[in-house]
Design a protein around this ligand. Structure first.
Ligand code: BJW
Ligand code: ZN
Length: 237
């Protein structure tokens, strides 16, 4: 813990990549792993444009259920530690795969939501976007107030591109980082996971925090095993 603490203190530019694991201690289920939630469906079977085309109501029921869980959740000490790190680092970018919005609630400011937000809805026809302030949806699947077409969650599904300029910024932040902190991600979803070799090749020290080993563990500089809600405050506080 001594060395990575010093890297973070000395770094001019810090980039952080987070995944579902950082929100696990807030009570939000992760995608993969033993818990076997997600109503016996694999995330890959619900989080696709094909699944939405086939059964928009089912997909919306899943998202609506998750919105309910997230609405009742609060940031945990891991989220707060990252907000604290941002406040003291000269340059800082938080890249998150999470759609839950908990980083913002914890006080983080410079956040790139590369997989979108569960609180945004987008019309499949006129593309108008709305940000719902944690209100329950009146009907499932919801319809566009302007044109009446189906409305979809404002998230990035498998097979869809990431929002261009947000992804460009994420790559720039990874490439210019002195330290990359990778927290609570299984690192199997691309292109998000590619930020790690990108940062490494550009000279960053890479610190991984995860309960388990991941495909990245062997190529990072240090792998800290344990819950991020405990490790991040020790690393940063
Ligand atoms: C703890 C903890 C605690 C628990 N403390 N740790 C290259 C190679 C192979 C495949 C591809 C590739 N390029 C593209 C692909 C295809 C695909 C992909 O990656 N497939 C792989 C699964 C094989 N990627 C895409 O389709 C992407 N789009 C794309 O590439 O566009 C370009 C393109 C377009 C068209 C054609 C071709 C290319 C889009 C990916 C979108 C992912 N979307 C989802 C759903 C978002 C909306 C929603 O929330 O519903 O994003 S899937 C899901 O996975 C979600 C997550 O953000 C993402 C990552 O998951 P994450 O965060 O890592 O969570 P888990 O659950 O996997 O892991 C949790 C971890 O935490 C575990 O390791 C635990 O141990 C740990 N943990 N508790 C610390 N307390
Ligand atoms: Zn519309």
């Amino acid at each position: 813990m001594h060395e990575p603490r010093r890297w973070l203190q000395d770094a001019h530019s810090v980039c952080v990549l987070t995944g579902a694991g950082i929100s696990a201690e807030s009570g939000i289920p992760t995608f993969r792993g033993a818990a076997g939630l997600w109503r016996q469906f694999r995330a890959e079977d619900l989080a696709t444009p094909e699944a939405f085309a086939r059964d928009p109501k089912l997909v919306w029921e899943w998202y609506d259920w998750r919105r309910g869980l997230i609405a009742g959740a609060q940031p945990n000490p891991g989220h707060f530690a990252l907000a604290q790190l941002e406040a003291r680092a000269p340059q800082f970018t938080l890249v998150t795969q999470n759609v839950d919005g908990l980083h913002r609630l914890a006080g983080s400011r410079d956040i790139l939501e590369i997989h979108g937000s569960i609180w945004i809805t987008r019309c499949t026809h006129c593309a108008i976007e709305n940000r719902d302030e944690r209100v329950p949806l009146p009907e499932l699947p919801p319809r566009c107030g302007r044109c009446g077409a189906l409305v979809r969650p404002g998230v990035v599904w498998f097979g869809e591109g990431l929002p261009r300029s947000i992804w460009d910024h994420a790559q720039q932040a990874a490439e210019s980082a002195g330290v990359l902190l990778v927290v609570g991600t299984s690192a199997i979803v691309y292109p998000a996971a590619s930020l790690v070799p990108l940062a490494k090749a550009a000279g960053a020290r890479v610190i991984e925090i995860n309960l388990d080993e991941t495909p990245l563990s062997s190529c990072v500089d240090v792998s800290l095993r344990g819950p991020s809600g405990e490790i991040l405050p020790q690393l940063i506080g």
